[in-house]
Design a protein around this ligand. Sequence first.
Ligand SMILES: *Cc1c(COP(=O)(O)O)cnc(C)c1O
Length: 359
Amino acid sequence: MTTPIDLRSDTVTKPSAAMRDFIANCEVDDDVIDVDPTVGALQDLIAELTGKEAAIFMPSGTMTNQIGLRVHCRPGEEFICESGCHIYNYEQGAYASLSGLTPSLVEGENGILRPEQLHGTVKADNEHFAITRLLCLENTHNRGGGRVQPYEHVEQICQWAHENGLKTHLDGARLFNAVAATGISAKQWSSHFDTISICFSKGLGAPVGSALCGTKEQMYFARRHRKAFGGGMRQAGVIAAGALFALQNNIERMSDDHDNAQKLATMINATEGLSLPGPVDTNIVMMDIDETIGTAAALAGELDTQGVRCLALGPQRIRLVTHLDVSSTQVQTACEIIKDTVEEVLAGSRNLTGSGAQY
Ligand SMILES: *Cc1c(COP(=O)(O)O)cnc(C)c1O
């Protein structure tokens, strides 16, 4: 069988030969005792790109988000976030178990928040209530289907937050997808936030790592928390090099992934039984499955046997993600396989026997 076309996530990319070469030749040193030179170079570059004083490299976006929360909030305080966001849904509730925090949820439309939805969400100074300390946004929004938060919303929401004494944190795991989709620079987006978390191991294509960006003082505390959370890493240049290579080489090409996502969207619109729950802005495509076809998990299981890998994200929802390890030819092939499979199921000539997991 040919190699599967893996659309499960943009985290599945593998380091290219050029990236591996770059990694092999990077200088390293002990990043816990002081700073590994390659980690230092990566931190300087991402701080510059986001227009912040400093940045700290960490093993995952979960850690950069959780330490971002920890930097801003004390136990017993709350942060406002969108109810479909990664921090709330996919980080095990770590804000509660590790930092004693409560989320205050506001539901967006495909992850998009409108400024007026926030009004009145800062709790009064009253001993019955948690202290509202922080506002978090996610851009692009993963569960929302890779949607870009409209720039004017971000500007207004963050201005509202700061006027109301809140700090702001951006889960920018895929900020560079928002940059590619809008032409608005990472620095411009970041200017509205106190701290920003960036993932190198998503669309940028590095094997490991994320960074938290902010002021020097915030990053001093972030570095302390990173050690306490078990994220102090010794010759971390070995992994930071992949991230540095990704920043230097893989930003420009991200619009190719967005073009490929449009191909999937066009196929979905043209196939009976499939629909898009919202617009496709970047590299994530949500595909809703009519119940006459079966469940998302069963269809994902069947597609897997056909060489197309994807994830069921809800009972009737599949997520397809384009990235630098799937070519436009492969995406075209995936479109044909998905369309043919669904048409055969609806015509009664194929049964869905597979049962993939649901995320
Ligand atoms: C992937 C992701 C993260 C962090 O994930 P890790 O797997 O811990 O690196 C955070 N936020 C969003 C929106 C993500 O998609």
